[in-house]
Design a protein. Sequence first.
Length: 222
Amino acid sequence: MSTKKSVKKVKKPAAKTGAKKTLKNAPKKAVKKSVKKTGVAAAAKRAASKSAKAQPVASAADFMAHAYAMEAEAAERYAEFADSMEMHNNLEVAELFRKLSRIEQRHADQILEQMGWKQSPVSAANVRWEGMEGPETADPTELHYLMQPYHALQIALHNEKRARDFFAHLAKVTKDAGVRAGALEMEEDEAEHVHLIEEWLARTPKPDANWEADQDPPVLSD
């Protein structure tokens, strides 16, 4: 995952608009609690407890279809996060999620090119996760309308670690040599992504202790 450009200094979210006021039916209290606990140590703990395990993969082509699905799902979820942040007028974090979405989509496109596939090989029938979603798909409960770039990168770090662990597990349990080789290569790639996100985080200002205090709290619209 390319993360060469550092995140600019965190700015306060732009003034709240009427659009933000119409979106307050989300479970904000639950989301606040989740994000407030977000940290490198907390993310690592969640990664250990929620790491996805691979369902049986029959062939190298089947494995690559799973790898494509992981990247495509991750890209779609980050794009959804970006849309949500834009609606809350948190434009800095929205742009960061857009960048993460583009990076994941680029990974998916690279798999298509590598395999010579003209379109997505994925369907609900041929891609199986043990959980509801892929290992690299961000958890919606992590989202907070006042979150800052540091929080967004912690979400990305958690996802990259889960993806790394997914491929490591698959490499151990598969009996197919082609799948094992592909899983080990992907594990190495995801480990590099983890390292890059960690470097990116180190360059990103940490939020103040009262980052989630809102002087203009959202209300339910009529």
